[in-house]
Design a protein around this ligand. Structure first.
Ligand SMILES: [Zn+2]
Length: 173
């Protein structure tokens, strides 16, 4: 279907959407996060994309362990400066920006104090997605948590429970 028809329908069914990702690509990301964490460690990914006016579209992804093979070795996701240098180079080459990051937690998807204090990208408007149970299926969409960074270690909860269409992976993505 043509891009503008989809955008028109989406504006109607999910007027609050700010990030759009095709369901197929999001499902692939969840499978990869579960596989890479091996049900033993957290795993994470940067979602890359482009700005399309009021929303951003996810078109690509870079997993933390592709930036640093040791990213999960402590059990939680840790990235150092060199990994970020690789990330920014990839963004430049692909002409994309980091739309969001997503990482798994062993149990619930609540933000840890470390998640709150250390945004992966400390820029207002950056979005952090947390996926429970190491992304093990079956995953209820309402069980993931989504937080938008406002700066100064302050976040707004944009989770599906509160803002169902904010991160849109539905039929019209
Ligand atoms: Zn976390």
């Amino acid at each position: 279907m043509n891009f503008s028809i989809k955008a028109t329908i989406r504006a109607f069914v999910a007027p609050e959407h700010r990030i759009v990702c095709s369901k197929r690509f999001w499902d692939h990301i969840l499978v990869e996060l579960a596989r890479r964490g091996g049900q033993r460690t957290e795993s994470g990914v940067f979602l890359l994309g482009v700005n399309r006016g009021v929303y951003r579209e996810v078109l690509d992804a870079i997993f933390y362990d592709d930036l640093d093979p040791d990213a999960y070795s402590s059990g939680v996701c840790v990235l150092h400066g060199e990994a970020f240098a690789k990330l920014w180079t990839a963004c430049r080459e692909k002409k994309m920006t980091v739309v969001a990051d997503a990482h798994t937690h062993p149990a619930g998807a609540f933000q840890s104090s470390s998640d709150k204090e250390n945004p992966m990208v400390a820029r207002a408007g950056h979005v952090a997605i947390i996926i429970p149970n190491f992304a093990r299926p079956p995953l209820q969409r309402r069980s993931i948590r989504i937080y938008e960074y406002c700066g100064q270690h302050d976040w707004i909860d944009r989770s599906p429970k509160i803002a169902p269409g904010y991160f849109y992976t539905g039929l019209w993505s």
